[in-house]
Design a protein around this ligand. Structure first.
Ligand code: SAM
Ligand code: SF4
Ligand code: SF4
Length: 341
C-alpha cells in the first residue's frame, strides 16, 4: 500500500511502477552477449551467499518499494531458477499488499521441475529466453551445451500447469541467429505465446558490443512481415517495453524491444535491485545505491523509504535516448547478469 497519496515522481515526472529484482548473479549459461565464457570462467568471483541479499531482505525491499508505488515485480538474475529459495521468494512476493503482478524471466533450463511449484506459489507470468530453435545456433547463443529440447520441455510443462501467453525473449545478433528468426515465429504462431525480438544491447562493458552486431527492429520486422504479414497494435499500457504487432491472419502477435534504435526512456517507470542490494534507476546506470548496508545496520523502514524515494526523485536517466544522439557512447556501468535486464 502506498503510504503517501502523492505519486513518487522522478525529475522527468516519471512515476515508479516496476521493480526488477536480480535474486542471484550466477547462471548456468554463458550467453556471449551477457556473460562471455572467456571472462566468466571457473574461477570467476560471483557473490558469496552472505554478500547476496537474503530472501528476507529481498522481501523487505519489495515491500518497501510497493509502499512508494511499485505494483509490478519481475524476478530475474543471473538465472533465478538456480536460486535454492526461489519458490519461497516468489510465494512471499505474490502475497505482498499492493503487488498486482509478479513475473519471472528464466532461461528455462530448470523450468520443467519448477513449473508446478512456481504456479502454486502464485507466480502470475513467465518469460522464457530462447534465441533459436536450431540446436547449433542455440548453443552458440547460450555458450553452453544446453539444448533447445530442454527449453521446449520447460515451456510445455509450464503450459500444462496453467501458465498462458508465455513471452519468449530472443536477442538477435547479426550473423549468429538472425537467419533462424522465422523458425521461432513459425513455431509459436497460433500457440498464444508471444515471441519478442530484442535488439542486442550495449549493457555493461564485457560483451564487446558494437553497432555492427545489431539487427535493427525495422530489419527484423521486414524479415517477419515478408513471410507472415503483421500490423502494429497499440500498447497494452503506457510504458510497455515491447512494441506489439499482430499477425494479419489473426493467429497471435509478436513483440519488438528496440532499445537501441527506438528508445523508450520517456515512459520508463522501472527500478532495479541487484543481487548485492544495489538500487539502480536505469539498466545502464554507472552507480547503484547500496541498500544492503543500511538494512544490515538496522535502518528502520522510515529511513529506508526515505533513501528509496530520494534516489527516485533525483532520477534523470535516459541512457538509450542519449545514446542515439552521441557519436561516442556515454559511460555506462553495471553488467546485465548483476541487474537482470
Ligand atoms: N537468465 C535469465 C534469462 O536469460 O532469461 C534471466 C536474466 S537475463 C539477464 C534477462 C534477459 O536479458 C534475457 O532475456 C536475456 O536474453 C536478456 N539480455 C541479456 N544480455 C542482453 C543484451 N546484451 N542485449 C539484449 N538483451 C540481453
Ligand atoms: Fe544467463 Fe540469462 Fe545472462 Fe544468458 S542472458 S548468461 S541465461 S543471465
Ligand atoms: Fe529506462 Fe534507462 Fe532503459 Fe531508458 S535506458 S528505458 S531510462 S532503463
Amino acid at each position: 500500500m502506498q503510504t503517501d497519496t502523492t505519486t513518487l515522481l522522478d525529475k522527468f515526472k516519471r512515476p515508479i511502477r516496476d521493480l526488477r529484482i536480480s535474486i542471484i548473479d550466477k547462471c548456468n549459461f554463458r550467453c556471449p552477449y551477457c556473460m562471455p565464457a572467456e571472462i566468466f570462467g571457473a574461477d570467476y568471483n560471483f557473490l558469496s551467499k552472505s554478500e547476496r541479499l537474503s530472501s528476507d531482505e529481498i522481501i523487505r525491499l519489495a515491500r518497501l518499494f510497493s509502499e512508494v508505488g511499485v505494483s509490478k515485480l519481475r524476478i530475474t538474475g543471473g538465472e533465478p531458477l538456480i536460486h535454492p529459495d526461489v519458490i519461497n521468494i516468489v510465494s512471499q512476493l505474490t502475497q505482498l499488499p499492493g503487488i498486482e503482478d509478479v513475473a519471472l524471466t528464466t532461461n528455462a533450463s530448470h523450468l520443467s521441475r519448477h513449473a508446478q511449484a512456481l504456479k502454486d506459489a502464485g507466480l502470475h507470468r513467465l518469460t522464457v529466453s530462447l534465441d533459436s530453435l536450431d540446436e547449433e545456433v542455440f548453443q552458440v547463443m547460450n555458450g553452453r551445451k544446453s539444448s533447445v529440447a530442454q527449453v521446449l520441455d520447460g515451456i510445455e510443462t509450464a503450459v500444462s500447469v496453467g501458465f498462458e501467453r508465455i513471452k519468449l525473449n530472443c536477442v538477435v545478433k547479426k550473423g549468429v541467429n538472425d537467419h533462424t528468426l522465422l523458425d521461432l515465429v513459425r513455431h509459436f504462431k497460433g500457440t498464444g505465446h508471444i515471441v519478442r525480438f530484442i535488439e542486442y544491447m550495449d549493457v555493461g562493458n564485457l560483451n564487446g558490443w558494437k553497432m555492427d552486431d545489431v539487427v535493427t527492429a525495422d530489419d527484423i520486422l521486414s524479415i517477419v512481415d515478408a513471410e507472415f504479414p503483421i500490423e502494429a497494435v497499440p500498447p497494452n499500457y503506457k510504458g510497455e517495453v515491447a512494441t506489439r504487432y499482430r499477425f494479419a491472419d489473426g493467429s497471435g502477435e509478436i513483440g519488438m524491444i528496440a532499445s537501441v534504435t527506438k528508445p523508450f526512456c520517456g515512459n520508463c517507470t522501472r527500478a532495479r535491485i541487484s543481487s548485492a542490494g544495489e538500487y539502480y534507476t536505469c539498466l545502464f546506470a554507472i552507480n547503484g545505491t547500496d541498500l544492503r548496508t543500511p538494512m544490515r545496520d538496522g535502518a528502520p523502514d522510515k529511513e529506508m523509504l526515505q533513501r528509496i524515494s530520494g534516489v527516485w526523485q533525483n532520477r534523470t536517466d535516459q541512457y538509450s535516448e542519449l545514446r542515439t544522439s552521441f557519436t561516442r557512447l556515454p559511460a555506462k556501468g553495471a553488467e546485465m547478469y548483476r541487474i537482470g535486464g
